[in-house]
Ligand binder design. Structure first.
Ligand code: FES
Ligand code: FES
Length: 138
């Protein structure tokens, strides 16, 4: 077994951030014409030091193990990134500790990248912010 496959197996033993994020700000879905797999990603943003950053990300995958392992890694490493920083990550960077994707598995990483970009496209430019007035019953 290659180093990559070994790491994918390890990641699959405890995949992170699986399932819908009920309070997500954005959701992206993409399907792979290469293999018929589908992946959905949810993003939740927060405000940190005056910047809008990803607070949490989650995914659901209907398909291959590599895509699940990459999505698990990706949803971890997206935390704290701005939408712009997230958009710049390539499929190979989203794999994190798994390392570069073997040629046969590149489209699995691209599936994750595609779902992420799709979610970023759905992300409102500004998270709704509290303004200077508050409503009280008095
Ligand atoms: Fe579909 Fe890889 S071919 S999961
Ligand atoms: Fe198609 Fe992995 S083989 S996403």
């Amino acid at each position: 077994m290659s180093d990559f496959e070994e790491k994918v197996r390890e990641a699959l033993s405890s995949p992170k951030n699986q399932g819908e994020l009920a309070d997500a700000d954005a959701v992206g879905t993409v399907g792979s014409p290469d293999c018929g797999d589908m992946l959905r990603m949810w993003l939740k943003f927060t405000e940190k030091d005056g910047k809008k950053v990803i607070d949490r990300a989650s995914f659901q995958s209907f398909g291959c193990q590599t895509a699940i392992a990459v999505a698990s890694m990706a949803t971890e490493l997206l935390k704290g990134k701005t939408a712009e920083e997230a958009r710049e990550l390539s499929a190979n960077e989203l794999t994190g500790d798994l390392g570069p994707l073997p040629p046969m598995k590149i489209h699995c990483g691209q599936l994750v990248e595609g779902a992420l970009k799709n979610a970023l496209d759905q992300t409102p430019a500004e998270a709704p912010k509290a303004v200077g007035t508050t409503i009280s019953d008095s």
